[in-house]
Design a binder for this molecule. Structure first.
Ligand SMILES: Nc1ncnc2c1ncn2[C@@H]1O[C@H](COP(=O)(O)OP(=O)(O)OP(=O)(O)O)[C@@H](O)[C@H]1O
Ligand SMILES: [Mg+2]
Length: 362
């Protein structure tokens, strides 16, 4: 199959994931266009879109880009389709999560106003990956959307995304965290070696006030720990829901292909619903020369025509090599649709560009 039409018309959640720089954000936006044109009220959560793409999506320069904005210039004919977009703000998503999971404002403020929280909320390891999924959950459970599409952050390893909910739970189970939040013991009485070493290091590096703040932070977090754990479980389940569709994006370059293979293996192994492979930035296969033409052109003298023939041969060689690189990845994709998107001459940074791409996807 060579279309993502089923996923675009039926899924409730879609995630574009894959190696860095292969076109995840662009693909997420183009899938959004396709879904809106298929009559669905769609929202795309983008992560760090290129400046001009953000402008095209109506998100440029907006302090509230973290909330859905309707994308201008998408016509959906007679149907009710709409395309909205927002830009993931990991810190604001984290704040919202803390507020949702706190039983009252005082509890929430204790976490949100803590200097340690303010310092780390944007940079917790894996926070961006987790927050992309958390935002997906927030939008999904609002009931306002037929389809939520989530672009994923440029991770060092694409697979980080899949492990983000478990990592949050892992952090909550970490001995240092457990020791710091157990009971209301004073710092001096903390007996756990790892925890006291940790606090000693913090104190040396940053001064005693930070130690107090850190303990305060962990304790205030303990109030919402149950909620955080429950949410991480829900998010984990949502990612495996039958209405969720993972779209793996790769380029034909060998490093990207290697990582995409790794990601596909992990999706299968952990039973995430894989719904299609997009091979982006591929060189189209040139029309082959007819045999008699090739003979005629074989011993041309130097000149523009000879240059053209050489260029044709080079491009064919490149296109063949790229397809050879992709064989194993395509085997891993199994029966799922595989779509090739050509490397275009210009960057895709406007709505017409996205519409063109969306037509190739479905
Ligand atoms: N088929 C294509 N032809 C030409 N340019 C493309 C194509 N697909 C994407 N691009 C361009 O490549 C650049 C990277 O694309 P994009 O930002 O979507 O990648 P990404 O996978 O989201 O990157 P990151 O991992 O950094 O988030 C953008 O400038 C985009 O316009
Ligand atoms: Mg991106």
């Amino acid at each position: 199959m060579t279309s993502l039409e089923v996923a675009v018309t039926e899924a409730k959640l879609m995630l574009t994931c894959g190696p860095g720089g292969v076109g995840k954000t662009t693909t997420a936006a183009a899938l959004g266009v396709a879904a809106a044109q298929a009559g669905r009220r769609t929202v795309v959560v983008t992560v760090d879109p290129a400046r001009r793409l953000a402008d095209a999506l109506g998100l440029g320069d907006d302090a509230e880009a973290d909330e859905p904005h309707q994308v201008p210039g998408i016509t959906t004919g007679a149907n009710d389709g709409e395309l909205w977009a927002l830009m993931l703000d990991a810190e604001q998503t984290f704040d919202r999560l803390v507020r949702d999971q706190s039983s009252n404002k005082k509890q929430a403020d204790a976490v949100l106003n803590n200097p340690v929280y303010q310092a780390i909320s944007g940079s917790l390891s894996g926070a961006q990956e987790y927050m992309a999924i958390e935002r997906l959950h927030q939008l999904h459970s609002s009931g306002e959307w037929d389809l939520v599409i989530v672009d994923t952050p440029p991770s060092r390893h694409a697979i980080d995304l899949l492990e983000a909910p478990d990592r949050l739970v892992g952090f909550l189970g970490h001995p240092v965290y457990r020791a710091l939040t157990a009971g209301q013991r004073a710092f001096a009485k903390i007996t756990d070696t790892a925890a006291s070493m940790f606090l000693w290091a913090v104190k040396r590096l940053a001064g005693p006030q930070i130690v107090e703040d850190t303990i305060g932070f962990f304790r205030s977090l303990a109030n919402i720990e149950g909620g955080l754990r429950k949410r991480a479980k829900e998010v984990s389940a949502l990612l495996r829901d039958e209405n969720t569709a993972f779209i793996v994006v790769s380029s034909p370059r060998s490093e990207a292909v290697g990582e995409a293979k790794h990601l596909l293996d992990a999706l299968h192994e952990k039973r995430f619903p894989f719904a299609g492979l997009v091979v982006n930035l591929i060189h189209p296969m040139p029309e082959p020369l007819a045999d008699e033409d090739a003979l005629l052109l074989a011993d041309l003298d130097d000149g523009p025509l000879a240059d053209h023939v050489a260029w044709h041969a080079e491009l064919t060689h490149l296109a063949v090599a790229e397809r050879a690189e992709l064989v194993e990845l395509e085997v891993l994709a199994g029966d799922a649709p595989i779509i090739e998107l050509p490397l275009l001459e210009v960057d895709i940074h406007d709505v017409p560009g996205l519409i063109d791409l969306s037509a190739r996807l479905v």
